[in-house]
Ligand binder design. Structure first.
Ligand SMILES: Cc1ncc(COP(=O)(O)O)c(C=O)c1O
Length: 350
């Protein structure tokens, strides 16, 4: 039989395969997750609420939407719950970008921006973060905006560089690209406190995403949120599956947003650990970049893959980023004890 031929956009894509197995039981400093777990109240609430009937019925979102609305202080018609940020990116692209249209993405950044733009057949242009300090390339991005640019996808602060930009700079981007959907992905908001949420009413082309995967420690549940003006949200929902958020996530989020103290304490601890990472790198003479998020990028030179593998043998997972930033490794900041364990292993192999 003749082989089925996929769409040409899919044929052109490079396969993307992040390490997705064998991470259990190790010190997970490779995905910027919460390294200790979600609030115990989330687990308790799930246990209390789960019934056979819950599993039988398609998920209902009223209570989750109310909880997220009052947590974010955003009216219910200005957001849609999503299956992680990943679905937020996908829905935004599917709503606004046609085959062949122009999408701008600062690089390096979160791989799923390019992934969903490519699946849609968009024409992706990248603007490099500044080489010397990995600063946000504001002038370069502004210069790259064209009248036909349909979407601009920005992570603030950015993964994997850790560097961020300001509300003022993002406002200039929004003003220079009124014809483009501008996504500001705030996956690491809890660690930096900079947000564009206050500008939703002002800019009809602004889309902000948030996630419960990072500081909230609920990556496995896959829950995010995409916020924009109500008129835009109506279109986003037209392009979204009605049941993409699962029932466990819809229940868990109610307990998660009721225990913000837990997340605030964890964020403080991660920021203190980030300082310990800086200090440790300095004492070992290792070059690193200051970060606005819960991870730090450091230079391991030509040995970066070997360093990653040897850390793994010692039960410590970190992420090699050498394929986009030569010699660089990204390590998540969790607790002080975890930083200690990381350096104990690193010193053995350095
Ligand atoms: C910038 C950024 N956005 C989104 C995500 C993933 O978010 P989610 O788990 O909500 O899909 C990540 C995860 O690494 C990220 O770094």
């Amino acid at each position: 039989m003749a082989e089925l031929s996929p769409r040409s956009a899919v044929q052109r894509m490079a396969p993307y395969s992040p390490p997705t197995s064998g991470r259990g039981g190790k010190l997970r400093l490779d995905f910027n997750e919460n390294t200790v777990g979600c609030s115990p109240r989330v687990i308790a609430y799930l246990k209390e609420r789960l019934t056979e009937e819950q599993f039988t019925v398609y998920p209902e979102y009223e209570a989750a939407r109310e909880a997220v609305s009052s947590f974010l202080k955003v009216p219910e018609d200005q957001f849609t719950l999503t299956n992680g940020t990943d679905e937020a990116i996908q829905v935004l692209i599917n709503t606004y970008v046609d085959d062949g249209q122009d999408v701008l993405i600062p690089h390096p950044s979160y791989a799923m921006y390019r992934f969903y733009a490519e699946v849609a057949g968009a024409s992706v242009r990248e603007v490099r973060y500044r080489e010397a300090d990995l600063a946000f390339p504001s002038d370069e991005l502004l210069a790259a905006i064209r009248p036909d640019t349909r979407a601009i996808l920005i992570s603030n602060p950015n993964n994997p560089t850790g560097t961020g930009t300001t509300v003022d700079v993002l406002r200039v981007v929004l003003e220079r690209a009124p014809h483009a959907a501008v996504l500001v992905d705030e996956a690491y908001f809890e660690f930096c406190g900079v947000t564009m949420l206050g500008w939703i009413e002002r800019y009809p082309n602004l889309f902000v995403s948030r996630t419960f995967s990072k500081a909230f420690g609920m990556a496995a549940l896959r829950l995010g949120c995409l916020i924009s003006q109500a008129g835009n949200v109506t279109f986003l929902k037209k392009a979204q599956s009605p049941y993409s958020v699962n029932m466990l996530a819809a229940i868990a989020v109610r307990a998660a947003v009721a225990d913000t103290g837990y997340v605030e304490r964890y964020a403080q601890e991660a920021l203190a650990s980030r300082d310990l990472l800086y200090a440790g790198f300095e004492s070992m003479g290792i070059r690193y970049y200051r970060s606005e998020a819960n991870f730090v990028l450091f230079h391991a030179g030509a040995r970066s893959i070997a360093v990653r593998d040897q850390l793994r043998e010692r039960g410590v997972l970190v992420r090699d980023r050498g394929y986009e930033l030569p010699g660089c490794i990204r390590v998540t900041a969790g607790t002080a004890g975890q930083v200690e364990r990381f350096f104990a292993a690193l010193k053995e192999i350095w």
